[in-house]
Design a protein around this ligand. Structure first.
Ligand SMILES: Cc1cc2nc3c(=O)[nH]c(=O)nc-3n(C[C@H](O)[C@H](O)[C@H](O)COP(=O)(O)O)c2cc1C
Length: 200
């Protein structure tokens, strides 16, 4: 799946007030509020293609996707219930499973580092995180809302096995995608001046 030829000249960026404005007011969705419609099969393929178009030192592609529809997630949530009960704060652990089951579509991003003399695993993980963000942008570009969630089942050994995570891999995030009935509200943002050193 690719929509550009290898070695093809790609367009240089052009200033786009609309693009900048959308980035300035972009907001994730509360996962449990995501409903249908979700993306079609063709739209999912497009979102994956755009998400995979992410900087990655050494062209290692150290990440992979699992596309999870509603039934697959309902089945997984059922299997996660006993594991939720074993968590500290079992009630909350059970409750957050609604974030996993509510949205029409979920793309699980698995960080899958590759043996490399040149590229540290840390950089490969950073690339997996960037893929998650690009998937959110891609979903937004197609008119859907999205949410990047981890929750306890990204870290519990039994849970990650259920999701098919292999030795050496980590869950980078569940990217939930769908439609919001109500606009999300702005949240606190960092004081950029306070975290920025200028050395022009
Ligand atoms: C790596 C990562 C993990 C996250 N895990 C969770 C989570 O477990 N539960 C949750 O409610 N939100 C989780 N979030 C989402 C954030 O709580 C919040 O929705 C998001 O940062 C909002 O960003 P935005 O307003 O810039 O879109 C996670 C976000 C990131 C980047």
């Amino acid at each position: 799946m690719t929509d550009t030829d290898l070695g093809a000249a790609l367009p240089l960026p052009v200033a786009s007030a609309d693009f900048a404005d959308r980035l300035a007011r972009r907001r994730s969705a509360p996962a449990q509020s995501l409903t249908g419609p979700g993306p079609s099969r063709e739209e999912i393929e497009r979102i994956l293609l755009l998400g995979a178009r992410t900087p990655d030192h050494g062209k290692l592609f150290p990440w992979r996707f699992v596309v999870l529809g509603p039934q697959a997630r309902a089945d997984l949530a059922e299997k996660l219930l006993p594991l939720a009960d074993a968590q500290p704060g079992a009630d909350k652990a059970r409750k957050v499973l609604s974030k996993l089951t509510a949205p029409p579509l979920t793309i699980l991003v698995i960080a899958s580092p590759v043996d490399s003399q040149k590229v540290p695993v840390w950089e490969q993980h950073l690339s997996a995180g960037a893929v998650c963000m690009n998937l959110e942008h891609a979903a937004n570009a197609l008119g859907y809302s999205a949410s990047w969630i981890t929750d306890w089942y990204s870290y519990d050994a039994g849970a990650v096995e259920l999701f098919g995570v292999r030795e050496g891999e980590l869950i980078a995030g569940f990217i939930h995608i769908g439609t919001l009935a109500e606009a999300p509200l702005e949240r606190p943002r960092p004081d950029v001046a306070a975290i920025t050193e200028w050395k022009l």
